[in-house]
Write a protein that binds this ligand. Structure first.
Ligand code: 5GP
Ligand code: ZN
Length: 115
């Protein structure tokens, strides 16, 4: 798959619809199309980075931007006031299906990740 075919690049470029809940010049956060909990948001860089395994020094600012905006996004969602899960699936054995690095921000009710 080339980055021209990448679904998350297309969402970032507004070529594919998504419910965007936060955006700045380097990242986008949008609702997962198949949520596993009441709140399930994906946070992505606008540039194509395949997975955590491809993150390099030059991506430092963008990774920082993704993480620093987690509490800013979470504060706006009442269901996340008491906490949330942040998950980064990586590679085939890590359950990664979309090969564009993303954070799953999950919460709001018990989910398969909680015991
Ligand atoms: P992964 O398994 O790669 O960590 O997670 C990919 C996530 O992207 C899945 O939770 C899946 O539901 C979500 N997803 C896949 N395609 C789309 C799409 O076109 N739009 C949105 N909003 N989410 C998607
Ligand atoms: Zn991409």
């Amino acid at each position: 798959m080339t980055k021209e075919e990448c679904i998350f690049c297309k969402i970032a470029k507004k070529e594919v619809d998504a419910t965007i809940i936060f955006e700045n010049e380097s990242i986008v956060a949008f609702k997962d199309i198949n949520p596993i909990a009441k709140v399930h948001i994906l946070i992505i860089p606008k540039i194509h980075i395949t997975s955590m395994n491809e993150v390099q020094e030059i991506h430092g600012n963008i990774m920082k931007e993704m993480l620093l905006n987690v509490p800013i996004i979470a504060r706006e969602i009442s269901e996340l006031n008491e906490g949330y899960r942040l998950i980064v699936n990586t590679g085939k054995r890590g359950g990664q299906e979309v090969m564009h690095v993303h954070l799953h921000l999950i919460g709001g009710q018990r989910s398969i990740f909680q015991s």
